[in-house]
Design a protein around this ligand. Structure first.
Ligand code: MN
Length: 200
């Protein structure tokens, strides 16, 4: 059975950028619901027991049709959120360093131009979805809880949840204010580690 991972920090440690109220609701209710519904889907299709989340999400079209949509939505939700918590830190913010920084600057001209492009993409998501920085330095968006793995892309280096549940309590409809604040709690160490792990 899948479980919601613990956070490496307390709910209220990302304030004022992301409040403890949002973090608690997002982690203990929204993420828990994805996990519960993913587990229910696996219970209803026992032949899938033992498959890893990556295996499920990279082979959606081969899964029993009765559970495909549930695993896409809730498996995607579990995958995306499990990463999202690792991309946040009370000591976050600043700029990336090392090879990742070099590649971003090579692609976008400067760190700030990357931030601007990522922010523009995050504002372009209609309704609910995610924004991703990929290992090839592309910035992708997905709808709902879709994740890049589902379309054969590599696992993302960094991602931002732009569902309203991620910011409405703090920022109401102002997604741009949420995105601006989010840069202050981005855990670049996680992104750098994911990038360097790819070279191994
Ligand atoms: Mn979310």
């Amino acid at each position: 059975m899948f479980t919601v991972p613990n956070l490496d920090y307390d709910y209220d440690q990302l304030g004022p950028h992301i409040s403890g109220d949002i973090m608690k609701l997002h982690h203990s209710k929204h993420h828990q619901a994805y996990v519960d519904k993913l587990n229910a889907a696996i219970v209803s299709a026992p032949e899938l027991q033992g498959r890893t989340l990556d295996e499920l999400l990279t082979s959606l079209d081969t899964l029993p049709v009765e559970v495909q949509q549930a695993i896409r939505n809730h498996g995607g939700g579990h995958y995306n959120h499990s990463l999202f918590w690792q991309w946040l830190s009370p000591e976050g913010g600043g700029e990336p360093s090392g090879e990742l920084a070099a590649r971003l600057i090579e692609r976008y001209g400067s760190y700030q131009q990357f931030v601007d492009e990522f922010t523009t993409k995050s504002m372009s998501v209609f309704g609910s979805g995610w924004v991703w920085l990929q290992p090839n330095m592309d910035i992708l968006t997905t709808a709902n809880q879709d994740t890049p793995l589902m379309t054969g892309e590599q696992a993302p280096l960094l991602g931002l949840d732009v569902w309203e549940h991620a910011y409405y309590l703090d920022y109401k409809n102002k997604r741009d204010d949420y995105v601006s604040a989010w840069w202050n709690v981005v855990n670049w160490h996680t992104a750098e580690q994911r990038f360097s792990d790819l070279a191994k």
